[in-house]
Design a protein around this ligand. Structure first.
Ligand code: ADP
Length: 448
């Protein structure tokens, strides 16, 4: 670790690595500091995919989509509370972000849909595997090939300022116990959210006390605290997303793709109770209203083949199985005739392309008719913090009077505003790539 770099990037998730690659491509000398023993952050855990519109992969699949439609649907999902400047920049730069990844060998050409979206614009790896591992692996490969220095067990504790400009960071090297100061003209904060910081969660939203979290343990809101100390503005801090389908003993999230590819949710009575692909806030609220505050995610072998992550869930022991729907009902302790009728009615709705019961319109391309059948018991868990530091579309961090702090940039889950009061599945991966790149570009341009 040197004493001086052009740009210090805090956090080695998707946003930090994208920023680093872009800054290096612009001819600058960045360093990535990551406090955990491995790179990846919450990005590593993301399962759905990356939302983007007007992409070449959509065109190849015959999907006609538009940036305006993506904008409108995200705004609707976020209850009109999204930062419109950020959202516009996001949708307009989403297709080029897909191309950028493709140019680095990270190919997201397999399309699915998530709750609240009307088009297939969630881009996943070709083989249907979870996007996070694929993306982190691909970004790390590029970081390594570009000889970008990356340090793990490097916990940044303070961002330094001198004469109103950013001047570097203080870092604790956890293995050697060494404390260092590094000077740099610019700092990119890509430290993720605070979904694994129970005190912060409780302070912002007391009713979430005791919820399981899907977050990796490094998501403790450090970047937000460091930026607040510098006078940075925070927005939407009490907007915390609970994800409807989380395995409760482990906090492992069961990806939305299971529903996107045709899975349904049933109560302990064996009946459906909501449009499974409504937005996350609505589906979570509906599950919390059920007896036992939990539900079963039910799917067939067709869904299982289309969503590779299910093999992983199975290895963890979450997946119950029955040769027939009735067998499955017995296995999970639900009335056989009730579950049978639910699946039959659902398959009729798929055939009619009309869900008269709950008006579901997406994720109904194929019926649930291929045995064996499966179920995973789920309930809501803390997933994502929509709030965070306020940035503009150049990723400059803003003060309380909306002035940019010279040399300070932020991207990814540490920022607030883009998602309004409800994030759409697949929009976070888009966020970290689009704004991570922007932070890399802008910080590189800022350096003299
Ligand atoms: P994003 O999706 O916005 O890129 P991630 O959660 O994927 O966010 O990545 C953020 C990364 O930042 C995580 O790997 C996390 O451990 C790391 N991080 C958080 N706080 C610090 C800190 N104080 N110093 C260094 N790294 C940090």
């Amino acid at each position: 670790l040197q004493d001086k770099y052009d740009i210090v990037i805090i956090g080695a998730g998707g946003a930090g690595m994208s920023a680093a690659i872009q800054a290096k491509d612009a001819g600058k000398n960045p360093v990535i500091l990551e406090k955990m023993p491995v790179a990846g952050g919450n990005t590593l855990k993301s399962s759905s995919g990356m939302n983007a519109s007007e992409t070449k992969f959509q065109k190849e699949s015959g999907i006609s989509d538009s940036n305006d439609k993506f904008y409108e649907e995200t705004l609707k999902g976020g209850h009109d509370k999204n930062d419109k400047e950020l959202l516009r920049y996001y949708v307009d730069n989403s297709a080029s972000a897909i191309d950028w990844l493709d140019s680095m060998g990270i190919r997201l050409n397999n399309l699915t849909i998530t709750g609240g979206m009307s088009e297939k614009r969630t881009h996943r790896p070709e083989d249907g595997s979870a996007v996070g591992e694929y993306l982190v692996h691909g970004l790390l490969k590029n970081v390594t090939e570009l000889n970008i220095p990356i340090f793990v067990n490097a916990d940044v504790t303070e961002i330094k300022e001198k004469d109103g400009k950013i001047s570097g960071v203080k870092v604790d090297m956890k293995e050697t116990k060494e404390k260092k100061e590094i000077s740099s003209q610019a700092v990119v904060v890509a430290t993720g959210g605070y979904g694994a910081n129970p005190e912060m969660i409780k302070a912002e939203k007391p009713e979430l006390d005791g919820y399981v979290t899907t977050n990796q343990e490094g998501s403790t809101g450090d970047g937000i605290k460091m930026i607040e100390k510098l006078g940075g503005q925070v927005v939407d801090m009490n907007q915390i997303q609970i994800h409807p389908t989380v395995q409760q003993d482990t906090g492992i999230l069961i990806g939305e793709a299971v529903r996107g590819e045709g899975g349904i949710l049933v109560s302990e009575d064996g009946t459906r109770f909501i449009n499974e692909l409504d937005t996350r806030d609505k589906v979570s609220a509906a599950i919390n209203q059920l007896k036992g505050k939990a539900a079963y995610l039910v799917f067939d072998s067709g869904v299982r083949e289309r969503v590779k992550a299910i093999d992983f869930y199975d290895k963890q022991g979450f997946v119950k199985k029955g040769e027939t729907v009735a067998d499955l009902a017995k296995e999970i302790g639900v009335k056989e005739d009730a579950l049978d009728k639910t699946v039959t009615d659902w398959n009729q709705a798929v055939a009619d392309k009309k869900d008269a019961q709950f008006e579901r319109k997406t994720g109904m391309d194929k019926p649930l008719d291929k045995g064996p059948y499966y179920a995973i018991k789920i309930a809501p868990g803390i997933h994502y913090t929509m709030g965070g530091v306020k940035i503009n579309a150049k990723t400059e961090v803003l003060t309380k009077d909306n002035k940019a702090i010279p040399g300070l940039y932020a991207a990814g889950e540490v920022t607030g505003g883009l998602h309004g009061t409800n994030r759409i599945g697949g929009n976070s991966v888009g966020d970290i790539i689009v704004f991570g790149r922007q932070a890399g570009d802008q910080s590189a341009q800022y350096i003299k």
